[in-house]
Structures are given as C-alpha cells and as structure tokens.
Design a protein. Sequence first.
Length: 318
Amino acid sequence: MSLVTTTEMFKKAYDGGYAIGAFNINNMEIVQGITEAAHELNSPIVLQASQGARKYANSIYLVKLVEAALDLYPDLPIALHLDHGADFEVCKDCVDNGFTSVMIDCSSKPFEENIAITSKVVEYAHAHGVVVEAELGTLAGIEDAVNVSAEDSSYTNPDDVEEFVSKTGVDSLAIAIGTSHGAFKFKPGTKPQLRFDILDEVVRRLPGFPIVLHGSSSVPQEYVRIINENGGALKDAIGIPEDQLREAARSAVCKINIDSDLRLGMTAGVRQVFEQQKDVFDPRSYLKVGRQYVKDIVAHKIKDVLGSDGKAADLTVR
C-alpha cells in the first residue's frame, strides 16, 4: 500500500510490448477519474505533477490525494512522478517529499550542461531510492512552464544517446520524434507522422532501455466537439494519431505522457453542464461529469492505445 518506482513497470512493459500511461494530475477529480479507470482495468499507472500543477494545488495536496487513491486501491501499482523538473532544487524537493520518480528537463541547455545537471539529480535521487527521467531533443508546444516554438524545437540526435545515458546514469530517456505539447500540435491539413526511424536507431543504440514520449495526447475530437457545441472555441485542435502511439508502445517506448486529453475531457463535462443546465451552481454536479469523461478517456487509452490493461497483476506492490 505504498508508491512504487517505475523500474519494474518499465521492464515488464518493455518485454511485453506495451506502455505505461503517465497521466497528469491537477485536482481531486482528475486523480479519481484516472485511478478508478486504472483499478477497474487492473493497469499500472504513473501519476505525474508538473510545475503548474504543484503551483496550483501544492505538492502536499497532490501527494495526499495520491495516497488516498492507494488507500482505496492498495493493489494498484502507482508511481508518483515530477513532470519537467526545471532544476536540481525542484527535483530535490520532490524526492524529499514523497515522489518516487522525477524528471530533470535540461533539454534546452547545451549537451554538456544537460549531462552535468542531470548527473547531479541522478546522484541525489538514487541515494534516496528514486528513479530519474531526462530528455534529449526539444519538443515544440506549450504545457505549463514549457513553451517552445516550432522553430526552436529539435529531434533527438541518436548519436548523443549512448554518451548521455552512460555519463548520467538516468533510468529512462524522453526523446523527441515528432510529438508536441498542448492541444494544437499541428497545422490544419497536415498529417502527423512520428519519426520511427529515429526511435529505431535509439533502440539499436540503447537495447533494453526504456524510452518515454512526451506530448502524446491525441486530442479526441469527440470532446473538442462537445466543448465547441457548448460555448467553447477550440479551433484546429489536432493531436497524435493513436495508431502511431500504439506502434511506439510495441517498441521501446515504456511511458507515454497524456495531459491535454484529460483537460479536454474535464472541460467538456463542465461546459456541457453549464450550457445545458443553466440553474446548476453545485460544483459536484459539473465536476462529476468532467470526472467521468476523464475516466472514460483513461480507460480508452489503457485498453486501446497503451495495452496495459491487466498488467498490474504482473507487478510487485508492497
């Protein structure tokens, strides 16, 4: 009945040809929707908090919400992960306050500086039993404190990965192969295509090593339509095709990050109630619908995209 690291999760996912869903959390309803779906489908999950989530809800609240989910579902393997840690101090704070996994994101810095800062985080985290994710290459898009233009984005260079992993000792590596943060990932009329040639080359150079994809929301048009039909104005919201994510999960991608899709589900539920029941002012009435949409989205991802349903039984929970 405690949090786990991603070590065993990723090994089983790599060997089994599936991926673990890393779902961003911001409030109680989102935690409930994610964990209810994972429990019903017996799927391991990563719950991750960004800088924006920690600022909005406070890390203590987020940790306690996750602990409450563990009390409800003691057999559910859950890792609590820091998403896009900006520096050593942020990562240290999360290590010291109950997170079992942290990401240090120095992908925008020069290669040697990325190595130096990441190595420092790895040394501290490993000494406290916490695993570390880092990133090579820079994703375009906007997510909380991460804001990268298309011009400043870059694919991961496979020539760098062996040196980076060897010198830093990281436990997993996020790579840039064409995913993007946010709900507006691509220009209208374009056909999103992940660079599987880069992924294949990274796998060849790092056999058996767990790879992570950020910016992997698919932006389901069902929820975009609900939002727009109920007063929203999300024009040209386009995401990553789910068949490409499933293909990545069959390879070395062991963790797929999903945030924007959950935001769309929550917003769709709230807008729908506000538009259709104009006398409602009880937060439980509209947040309940948003929570159900979040749960539906997570269940779909687990079953149809990640392939992680039923896999919790393979993991050790203490």
